[in-house]
Design a binder for this molecule. Sequence first.
Ligand code: CS2
Ligand code: MG
Length: 404
Amino acid sequence: MAMTIRDAQVFVCSPGRNFVTLKIRTDEGIYGIGDATLNGRELAVASYLSDHVVPCLIGRDPFQTEDIWQYLYRGAYWRKGPVTMTAIAAVDMALWDIKGKALDTPIYNLLGGPSRSGVMVYGHANGRDIAETVDEVARYQADGYLAVRAQSGVPGLPSTYGVSGDKLFYEPAARGLPPENVWSSEKYLLQVPKLFERLRLTCGDDLHLLHDAHHRLKPIEAARLGRALEPYHLFWLEDATPAELQEGFRIIRQHTTTPLAVGEIFDSVWDARTLIAEQLIDYLRMTVVHGGGITPIVKAAAFAAMHHVQTGFHGATDLSPVTMGTALHVDLAIPNFGIQEYMRHTPETDAVFPHAYTFERGMLHPGQAPGHGVDFDEALAARYPYERAYLPINRRLDGTMWNW
Ligand code: CS2
Ligand code: MG
C-alpha cells in the first residue's frame, strides 16, 4: 500500500518578518515542509492553500510530485500568477521533502546527484554613500565571500532600494502601510559607475561584483548603464528594466556586454521564454518558492541550459530558510548553476527554521540530511504572530508612481 497524505496545515508566523509555511503529514508519520511566503501578500497564499488546495491533497500518494503538480496547475483552470504559483510551490517542496525522507536521501540525489562541491553565493553590501558601501564590500570579502552585490545611496534621494539601516539583515518590507520612496533615474545613472570604479580600485579584480537596478530603468537607460559598467566587469546587472516586455531586453543586449540577470518576480518559465530563447539574458533569477516548486524549476533550468543561460536563484530574506535549503539542492545538482543569492536570516528566523545548510568560505552546502534538510518549530513560531507589512512603493520626484 502506497503512503498517503493524511493532513496538511498552514502556519503564518513573524519571527522578525512574515513567513507562510506548509506542513504536509503522511499516514506513515513522515512530514514535509514547504515555504509559501509572498512578501506583502502572505495571507492570500495562506487562504489559497488552506481553503482551496489542502482539501484536494488528502489521501493522495506524496511520491506523485509530477501528477500532483499538474493537478494543481492545470486543474485550477486559472493558470499562473504569484499567489497560485507560490501555493503550488509550497506543496511541491513539501512533497519532495517527504520523498527524500522516505528514501532517506538528500533531494539533490534525486536530481542527478552533486555536480559540484558547494554552491557559490553572493552577499549584500550596502551603504548610504560610496565610501560606506566600499567598506561593507571589504567586510564581506574579509568574511570569505567570493561574490558581493553592491548598492549605495544616491545623492539627492532620501532613500533608495537596497540601502538599509541594519547592515547585516537587509529587510525591505516594513510594518504598517507601504512606505514611500522617491526616485530619479538621472541621479542614479550618474552615481552607479562611480561606485564600481571605486570598488575595483579598492577590492581588486578577483571579487565578483553584482548590482541590482530593481526594475527602475527604461531599456535605453539600462543599455547606457551596462555600457558604463563594462570596465568594471560585473558578474551581472540585475532587473535592469521591467521584464513584462521581454523584447525590451533586445535593446539592452544590442549595446552592452555586461551580463544580465532577470526573473525574481517571474512565476513561470513562460515569463522568460523570449528572454531565454533569444539569449537576451545570462542568468535566470526564478527560484523554487515563486517559480512553482522544484518540479517546474528544474525544467526551466534545463531550458535555460540549452541557451547558455545559467541560474542565479533569488535568495532574499523574504524567502524562508525552507526555500533557501531547497534551492541549494537544485543548485548543487543542475549542470548550469551560476550563483545563489544569500541574504542572512536573523537568529530569530533561523531558530524557527532549524536547517542543515552551512556556509563556509563563500559557499553554501545543503548538508546531508534527508529531504531538503529544513525543519519548522511550530511551538516557537506560535510565539511570533503575523503582523501586517508591505514593501515600499516608489515615486519619481514629481510624484509619478514608478517601479519600486
Ligand atoms: C531583491 C529583493 O534580492 C533581491 O535581488 O530584489 O530584495 C526584493 O526586493 C525582495 O525580495 C522583495 O520582496
Ligand atoms: Mg533583485
